[in-house]
Ligand binder design. Structure first.
Ligand code: KIV
Length: 271
């Protein structure tokens, strides 16, 4: 998978299936099941390291897990998060951090934040580093936001979201994760920027693709399962005690549901 191929799929109206991934074995399983994009998310702080947020994750840890995933994958496109504190100071700091991740095998880096990151996005893109932006709920800012809650619900929030998406698209971001935003807003942004590969998580069905944290998709959510998550190890309509699907089958079910647009179901998973 390459960026032009992802763009081609988007132009043909094919949905992009993305999952987080942190090691070589899962990289092989996800790739074989047809996942288009693997994201080495800094959610590894939560689901691998047992931290309560993504903030403790370091650049060295992201590079290590990127290398693990790069070793296991065959053809999926590999995106890695720039972790907290490794890109905000200056475009030059972001370039040095992104280079570390690209050397480890990333094909694109993801960074969180609004229009204030546009200068950094442009700087990286001009130097040959594809960038995925991330708007809506941005977990690295959880303490500033005050919790994991839906963003862009009111008029001023929606206007800020649209303005941020426009400035990031203008700066050259190729992909944009929209996390926990009302479905209507994510759809509007996706339609306004047809060259931006929008990827939703808790953002409804109107984006170019979907992403979930792997552990959530496999029914391993710790604590209360967020509304936007579906456990793909369960066969819809089956009894609660019915045997679940294998990991490979569950991931294939996720890919199929994203592609045939049965996931997300806005009535069930949307805001
Ligand atoms: O770190 C991560 O897993 C992410 C996804 C939730 C998009 O950024």
């Amino acid at each position: 998978m390459t960026l032009p191929r992802l763009r081609g799929a988007q132009a043909r109206g094919e949905k992009v299936a993305m999952l987080t991934c942190y090691d070589a074995t899962f990289a092989r399983v996800l790739d074989d099941a047809g996942v288009d994009v693997l994201l080495v998310g800094d959610s590894l702080g939560n689901v691998v390291q047992g931290e309560s947020s993504t903030l403790p994750v370091t650049l060295e840890q992201m590079a290590y897990h990127t290398r693990c995933v790069a070793q296991g994958k065959r053809s999926a496109f590999l995106v890695t998060d720039l972790p907290f504190g490794t890109y905000e100071a200056s475009p030059q700091q972001a370039l040095a951090s992104a280079a570390t991740l690209m050397r480890a095998g990333a094909q694109m880096v993801k960074l969180e934040g609004g229009g204030y990151t546009a200068e950094t996005v442009r700087f990286l893109v001009e130097r040959g580093i594809p960038v995925c932006a991330h708007l809506g709920l941005t977990p690295q800012r959880v303490h500033a936001i005050g919790g994991y809650r839906v963003q862009g619900r009111d008029d001023s929030g929606a206007a800020a979201l649209k303005a941020d998406a426009a400035s990031l698209a203008d700066a050259g971001a190729a992909m944009l994760v929209l996390e926990l935003v009302p479905s209507a807003r994510a759809r509007e942004i996706s339609m306004a920027h047809p060259h931006l590969i929008t990827i939703g998580i808790g953002a409804g069905a109107g984006t170019a693709g979907q992403v979930l944290v792997l552990h959530d998709a496999l029914g391993l959510t710790q604590g209360k399962r967020p509304r936007f998550v579906r456990d793909f190890t369960r066969v819809p309509g089956s009894a609660a005690d019915a045997p679940g699907l294998s990991v490979a089958q569950a991931v294939a079910a996720y890919v199929a549901a994203v592609k045939d647009q049965s996931f997300p179901d806005e009535a069930v998973h949307g805001y």
